[in-house]
Design a protein around this ligand. Structure first.
Ligand code: SAM
Length: 201
């Protein structure tokens, strides 16, 4: 399956044009002031770099990971200072560092969400936005496994996190299309080292 995903996404990045001018996610640009201006950031399933570029311009060093080498090439071409790697995140292979900022947009991997505290520096931020099951009302073919359940996202953040922002519902995307999403910004403020993740099935 991951190999098929790599082929499918490579084909998409190769055959479509305009990746360089695709606007970054509004949730990121509208909330960029919340994030620190220096330190290390991780972009999970980065794509062609539209959001990694915002973090670089904000002052952060950025590591971006994606299964598609075509996406990584596009991102590196536009942002030579970006550290980028091709990896399959179905079996999380995140460079074992502690990040000041982690962004994860439109790629749902629940094991990663369960382990965010291992990768986030105390005082660091996680920003996530992805589709919810409600999208099936207009896109019934979207596999359920890729979609968040109702009020699922905040449950990955236990008492060691402060939820800075949370929204769930229908919004218009950057291209004017309706989408059903959940978005969160959480700050890691660990009270202790034991049991600092809330596991979900
Ligand atoms: C909907 S795109 C989102 C890209 C980017 N986060 C953005 O908001 O522009 C999903 C991305 O996930 C990547 N992807 C899909 N399966 C993956 C996997 N198993 N491991 C890593 N990346 C994957 C795809 O190549 C694609 O770039």
């Amino acid at each position: 399956m991951p190999e098929e995903d790599a082929i499918r996404w490579n084909e998409r990045y190769r055959s479509k044009t305009g990746w360089e001018t695709k606007p970054p996610l509004r949730f990121l640009t509208e909330n960029i002031a919340i994030l620190p201006k220096n330190g290390l950031a991780l972009d999970i399933a980065m794509g062609a770099g539209r959001n990694a570029g915002v973090l670089l311009n904000h002052g952060l060093r950025v590591i971006g990971i994606d299964i598609s080498f075509e996406a990584v090439l596009l991102a590196k071409r536009q942002y030579p200072h970006l550290s980028a790697m091709v990896a399959d995140l179905a079996h999380p292979q995140i460079p074992p560092l502690q990040y000041d900022v982690i962004i994860n947009f439109y790629f749902l991997q629940r094991e990663l969400l369960n382990n965010l505290s291992h990768f986030t520096k105390p005082g660091g931020y996680v920003m996530i936005e992805t589709l919810t099951q409600k999208i099936r009302a207009i896109r019934p073919q979207t596999p359920e496994a890729y979609l968040l359940g109702e009020n699922e996202l905040p449950q990955y953040f236990n008492e060691n996190w402060r939820i800075v922002k949370y929204q769930e519902g229908w919004v218009q995307d950057e291209g004017g299309k309706q989408k059903a999403i959940a978005s969160i910004i959480a700050k890691y403020q660990p009270k202790g080292r034991k049991n600092d993740t809330k596991k979900r099935a």
